[in-house]
Design a protein around this ligand. Structure first.
Ligand SMILES: Nc1nc2c(c(=O)[nH]1)N[C@@H](CN(C=O)c1ccc(C(=O)N[C@@H](CCC(=O)O)C(=O)O)cc1)CN2
Length: 284
């Protein structure tokens, strides 16, 4: 079997073009959505992702507000940047690029954000709303994964899904989205402390691999025909990406997301989606 490709680039392009039309409508009413980003330090990947987010904004007609701080920035300086974007009316939504340098208390920074401007859906109030099934901006990568699966006709309802990872941007919230009544999946959350990961993987109809461990998901551990989403990003000394999924999995799986070109572009498209929705809500 050679897996069908879950094409994140094409799916994201279609979503972005639809969002650009909604931005035009907002601008015609005198409302310009503006995405703010706070980037602390000089991680090559983070810098690339933030640049990509602003490229998307320019294409869609969304204004950009970029705040950059050095890796040596103090907790107070990062918090001051958050307060500034909370107050700035030109900023309708913003993100703090993660991870932050180790000496910064990430949770304190996220908690300080105005939940109404949280374009990532990572503020505790918005994560709480997700738990309570109330309207909230959804975390971008998990939401992008669901859109990608739907677009390619992968059945989610009734599926056994294994999520590998427990980080704040994906692992924690992915099961919350998948177990909503609208998705109706059954989810097992695994992580680097799981005793027999292979046993869980072999039962899965859908695998979301977000552990950040190169080639963790091996062909022999994947059920034939399963959908496999590779969210892992490990970089070699040339900055090239190695995902969590072994290339041999493509011979066993029914669907596979390329990496790059799969989940990453969907993360960016869902961020724009959150920015546009927040601006539409504020303009009501
Ligand atoms: N505040 C946040 N921080 C982080 C998030 C997030 O959702 N919010 N997720 C990841 C990084 N991320 C978004 O910020 C992200 C990752 C990957 C891509 C992407 O388009 N990747 C390309 C490849 C780019 C490359 O060559 O490096 C692809 O997959 O095709 C966009 C955004 C952690 N931090």
């Amino acid at each position: 079997m050679t897996a069908q490709i879950l094409d994140g680039k094409a799916t994201a392009a279609a979503i972005k073009s639809e969002l650009a039309t909604r931005v035009q409508a907002l601008r015609a009413r005198g409302v310009t959505p503006g995405l703010g980003t706070i980037l602390v330090g000089d991680d090559v990947g983070s810098r690339k992702y933030v640049a990509g987010k602003h490229r998307d904004c320019a294409e869609a007609g969304i204004a950009s507000l970029q705040r950059e701080l050095p890796a040596t920035a103090t907790q107070e300086e990062v918090e001051a940047a958050v307060r500034e974007l909370n107050e700035d009316p030109a900023c309708t939504g913003y993100i703090v690029q993660l991870p932050l340098p180790k000496h910064i208390d990430e949770n304190r920074v996220l908690e300080l954000m105005d939940p109404a401007k949280d374009a990532d859906g990572l503020h505790p109030v918005n994560l709480g709303r997700l738990v309570l099934n109330e309207p909230a901006p959804l975390p971008c990568t998990p939401n992008g994964i669901i859109r990608l699966l739907r677009q390619h006709g992968v059945r989610i309802a009734g599926a056994e899904v294994v999520v590998v990872g427990r980080g704040v941007t994906i692992g924690r919230s992915m099961p919350l989205l998948l177990t909503r009544r609208s998705e109706n999946a059954t989810v097992t959350q695994c992580h680097t402390g799981t005793r027999d990961l292979a046993a869980h993987l072999r039962r899965a109809d859908i695998i979301v691999a977000a552990a950040g461990v190169p080639h963790l998901i091996k062909p022999e551990d994947v059920k034939p025909g399963a959908a496999v989403l590779d969210v892992g990003v490990s970089r070699d000394e040339h900055g090239r990406i190695t995902g969590d999924v072994h290339p041999g999995v493509a011979e066993v799986a029914g669907w596979i997301s390329p990496n790059p070109g799969g989940v990453g572009p969907m993360t960016r498209a869902m961020l724009l989606h959150n920015v546009v929705e927040a601006a539409e809500l504020a303009a009501r």
